[in-house]
Design a protein around this ligand. Structure first.
Ligand SMILES: *Cc1c(COP(=O)(O)O)cnc(C)c1O
Length: 382
């Protein structure tokens, strides 16, 4: 029987992925840091102005590299939103950091920058803003607080490829290029994919040399292959953070089509917004808010219901019409692992998004109008 369910996500293949993988295999270099890794890194460095990019096996790994690079020690405090993916937190918990959660903004799931000053202590080492749905946090305010208190800023830009922030200086900057370090994901649920995959963007040049070493298991292997040292060995801590050329070759096929992928996603996103905004107002549902300083990379289209019960009813209604809609994070301060460790502060907006946010299907090949038709037939009071 044919499955007519519209999924939440369907990975888009450009058609060139296996071609480039075959090429990588034919060249005989299938471990990391070969031709395709360099092509991908050069692309991101030249198009988005990151000082240095290193592909990683995931955004999780890029965040773990960031925690190593800024030398997180046991007892250091890291400020992050509670409404985020576990990897934002795990990277720092693995190094012994204490998590300090900021609430989300009232109008947006991103971190509420106005709370930062109140969360800083002498032990604070870093702020980790998450650009939820690819929509920028208020980076000017975050960078100002960080500078004042001498803190590192690591952008969790997992969802934020090809999205921008325009600060008070009027300069439009790619997300992930503003903090000291930025972490991206190419997981199959993101805009540009390689199955599993990620990238660390290094914007503060003091970290570049050590980042390459940590990336290559704590050895100076990269410098050796550039002829900068005459032998290589163990010089620092590190791990195997670099992906194989097979992954990079896949990613290259996606990168070549980034404009096509992004414009298709934006078209779908705009259709949702244009066609359902009146319906949403009538049903007391909040649509995504884009602050004036942010662009939209069409990573996600979400609804915020007034109550969890409304969301539950809508999910069931859509499922009845063979359309899969999914909610997102359970705030980390309410998670099984961390709830007893969280020091009691209420995070009402994190809770609100945990209970009431719902994501609509958004992928390259989606027939968005068939989803919109079903949405418009739904009335919350029926
Ligand atoms: C997807 C995601 C991650 C993890 O990315 P992986 O590449 O799967 O490790 C981390 N943070 C956020 C906000 C994400 O959306």
């Amino acid at each position: 029987m044919e499955n007519k369910m519209i999924p939440f996500n369907k990975p888009y293949l450009t058609g060139k992925e296996t071609f480039y993988i075959e090429d990588a295999v034919a060249t005989g270099h299938i471990s990391g840091n070969g031709k395709y890794t360099k092509k991908c890194q050069n692309f991101f460095e030249s198009v988005y102005d990151f000082k240095k990019c290193l592909l990683t096996t995931s955004c999780t790994d890029a965040l773990e590299m960031a925690a190593l690079l800024i030398n997180i020690q046991a007892g250091d405090e890291v400020i992050l939103p509670s409404y985020t993916f576990v990897s934002t937190a795990n990277a720092f918990v693995l190094r012994g950091a204490k998590l300090v959660f900021a609430d989300s903004r009232k109008d947006h799931p991103g971190l509420d920058e106005s709370q930062l000053e109140g969360l800083i202590t002498p032990k604070t080492k870093a702020i980790v803003p998450v650009h939820y749905a690819g929509v920028a946090c208020d980076m000017d305010k975050i960078m100002q607080v960080a500078e004042k208190h001498n803190l590192f800023v690591i952008e969790d830009a997992a969802q934020a490829i090809d999205s921008f922030y325009t600060g008070q200086d009027g300069v439009k900057k790619p997300l992930g290029s503003i903090g000291h370090l930025g972490a991206f994901s190419f997981h199959e649920t993101k805009n540009i994919i390689s199955g599993e995959g990620g990238m660390l963007a290094i914007n503060d040049s003091q970290f570049i040399e050590r980042a390459e070493i940590i990336w290559e298991k704590g050895t100076n292997r990269s410098a050796f292959f550039r002829g900068e040292v005459d032998k290589y060995g163990w010089v620092d801590v590190g791990s195997s953070f670099l992906p194989s050329e097979i992954i990079a070759a896949f990613l290259w096929a996606q990168i070549e089509n980034i404009e096509k992928i992004q414009s298709r996603r934006k078209l779908i996103w705009d259709s949702y917004r244009d066609k359902i905004s009146i319906w949403a107002r009538k049903n007391k549902i909040q649509l995504p808010v884009l602050p004036a300083y942010a662009t939209n990379n069409a990573h996600m289209f979400y609804l915020v219901f007034e109550t969890e019960e409304h969301r539950r009813k809508f999910i069931a209604y859509m499922k009845g019409h063979d359309i899969l809609t999914v909610f997102h994070y359970i705030s980390l301060h309410r998670s099984e692992f961390y709830k007893t460790k969280h020091e009691g502060k209420a995070l009402p907006f994190s809770d609100k998004y945990t209970n009431c946010l719902l994501r609509l299907p958004l992928f390259f090949e989606l027939d968005v109008h068939s989803v919109i038709d079903k949405i418009l037939m739904y009335e919350s009071d029926k």
